[in-house]
Design a protein around this ligand. Structure first.
Ligand code: HEM
Length: 524
């Protein structure tokens, strides 16, 4: 009896403590006078994401809508208070003007448990990020894109060949085919590997998707549950799937240390990355003599004893191609292509207009595509821009304050380490900036129309120093792919396609969960 009463007392006290603790946590916005919605007891304002009932993009877009017309508002991510910035002018401050206060995305990555993720530019912080960003920027200049063009163009031709093989009366999943194309690009450009584009289940493709899965473990990280590195590894609670990280780690190591094995083509990104690594090692080891450097580079393939050399190698390997290309580049571009095809299939007159533009430009050059012709296809650019507005693949952006920040024109001071969220999907579907936002209308992107709205109301690649480093490459890939597959085929929506589109709840991206089903017809 006495025992039972003690247990009940302990349970009641515990419940009261948890209640008091959560109540205290949930008073943050009230104390600072920040508008917010009532949080749910355990999950704050993102219950549907935590219970995987909604994609992150949809949840934040809903919050964006509900929290209008405020310029910024509070959102509890479980019990952690974060700020949803809604106003384009304030976004300019966060992303550009006051960047020194918002230079980090704030994802907690344990570099001991998952160095491949920790050294990916997307997750890097502070000076490490700054130095790496400076080095990598050189890889994505217009000049480098011109060098990459022949490889991308070749993959575009192969893309058209696999579309050719689809029978006219059957449906196909545009997402799957677009993924084969981007997979081929990444394999060729970044790794010098020939990917079998006819095989829908090539291993690297599957692994690329796995890398992006929104796993339970990802959630524990986002919710900042502290787990020791050893347990993180044993229980596979890393931000990105560990087995997949290792799979790519091995490919990268091989690509860098034994380029001859994969016959890495000249002038590709892999080559540029090798030079980058070469210079980094040279600098970090204070090596003057080229022969000594070559000796060191030769050793990298074998046993390595010097920790700093190994670390440099690991950083470069992880950094150079693996995460940046596979994680940031792989699913984003294919997602864009499949929505683009869907919109063109739903809007035949727009499809016809793009095809005419492409044919007109190609006809001046015997039907062959060359790099300089790309910029003549301005309507095609507008169509791509509009598809990225309607379906931004990375639909929520994150930052975290590095120090106290006084929100301009208010008395509110956000403490250091406050998470910031930006719903690009919410902004892109806001009537205030885009009338009838569900309508697909490329003319929104004429210079005249663009000048009428705030530039920070369009964020498919983010903005400022932490914006997408691969934007130029991504646009090249999407445009070249589209040119090749639109030139000879017309597209219609398959009767099997389900509307409204359901977005995948297990990925952090705005990906369709059950494909984009289309039909294609050869143009004679
Ligand atoms: C259509 C395709 C793509 C879209 C829509 C896209 C979008 C984005 C967005 C929204 C961000 C975050 C920006 C921010 O927080 O302000 C980002 C970051 C990044 N993207 Fe992309 N991306 C695409 C393709 C690529 C490709 C092809 C690559 C590389 C080859 C790439 C590499 C990166 C990297 C490394 C970052 C992190 C940059 C940093 O933190 O400094 N992306 N991307």
């Amino acid at each position: 009896m006495y025992f039972n009463a003690s247990v009940i007392l302990v349970l009641v006290s515990l419940t009261l403590y948890v209640y008091w603790y959560l109540k205290k946590s949930f008073s943050f916005f009230k104390k600072l006078g920040i508008p917010h919605l009532k949080p749910s007891f355990l999950f704050g304002n993102i219950t549907d994401v935590i219970l995987m009932r909604k994609s992150m993009a949809e949840e934040y877009a809903d919050l964006y809508k509900k929290l209008g017309p405020h310029k910024f508002a509070g959102v509890y991510v479980a019990k952690e208070p974060s700020i949803l910035v809604r106003d384009p002018e304030l976004l300019k401050n966060v992303l550009v003007k006051d960047f020194d206060c918002f230079n980090d995305r704030g994802f907690p990555v344990d570099s001991n448990a998952e160095p491949m993720t920790a050294y990916n530019l997307f997750f890097m912080k502070g000076d490490d990020w700054r130095n790496m960003r400076m080095k990598l920027t050189n890889t994505f200049t217009t000049g480098k894109m011109k060098m990459m063009f022949p490889l991308v163009n070749n993959c575009g031709k192969k893309f058209a060949q696999i579309i050719e093989k689809i029978s006219s009366d059957g449906s196909f999943d545009a997402k799957e085919y677009a993924t084969r194309f981007t997979n081929d690009i990444i394999g060729n450009c970044a790794f010098g590997l020939e990917i079998d584009t006819n095989n829908a289940n090539s291993e690297s493709k599957m692994s690329g998707k796995k890398l992006l899965e929104f796993r339970l473990a990802t959630l524990t990280r986002i919710l900042r549950v502290q787990i020791p590195a050893m347990l993180t590894k044993i229980l596979n609670l890393t931000l990105m799937d560990l087995k997949t990280q290792n799979f790519f780690g091995d490919i990268i190591h091989e690509t860098i240390t034994q380029p001859e094995k994969n016959q890495v083509p000249q002038n590709d990104i892999s080559d540029l990355m090798k030079n980058l690594r070469y210079n980094t090692i040279k600098k970090s080891q204070n090596i003057e003599d080229e022969k000594d450097l070559q000796k060191l580079l030769d050793q990298i393939g074998g046993e390595e004893n010097e920790t700093n050399l190994k670390a440099t190698n690991e950083i470069m390997a992880a950094q150079s191609l693996h995460m940046v290309f596979f994680m940031a580049g792989y699913e984003t571009a294919s997602t864009n292509i499949c929505y683009l095809l869907l919109e063109l299939a739903q809007n035949p007159s727009i499809q016809e207009k793009v095809r005419n533009e492409i044919n007109t430009v190609l006809s001046t050059n015997d039907g062959q595509l060359n790099y300089d012709d790309l910029k003549k296809m301005t309507y095609t650019d507008m169509v791509i821009d509009e598809s990225l507005r309607k379906y931004p693949p990375l639909a929520v952006l994150f930052r975290r304050t590095s120090k106290n920040y006084k929100i301009p024109d208010t008395d509110i001071v956000l403490p250091a380490d406050t998470p910031i969220a930006i719903s690009s999907y919410g902004l892109h579907h806001d009537e205030k900036y885009y009338d009838n936002p569900e309508e697909f209308r490329p003319e929104r992107f004429t210079e005249e129309e663009k000048a009428k709205r705030p530039s920070f109301a369009y964020l498919p690649f983010g903005q400022g120093p932490r914006s997408c480093i691969g934007a130029r490459f991504a646009k090249l890939v999407v445009k070249v792919g589209l040119i090749h597959i639109l030139n000879n085929f017309s597209y219609q929506v398959s009767p099997k396609m389900q509307f409204p589109i359901e977005f995948d709840k297990s990925l952090g991206l705005l990906t369709p969960s059950s494909g984009i089903l289309l039909q294609r017809e050869k143009i004679c």
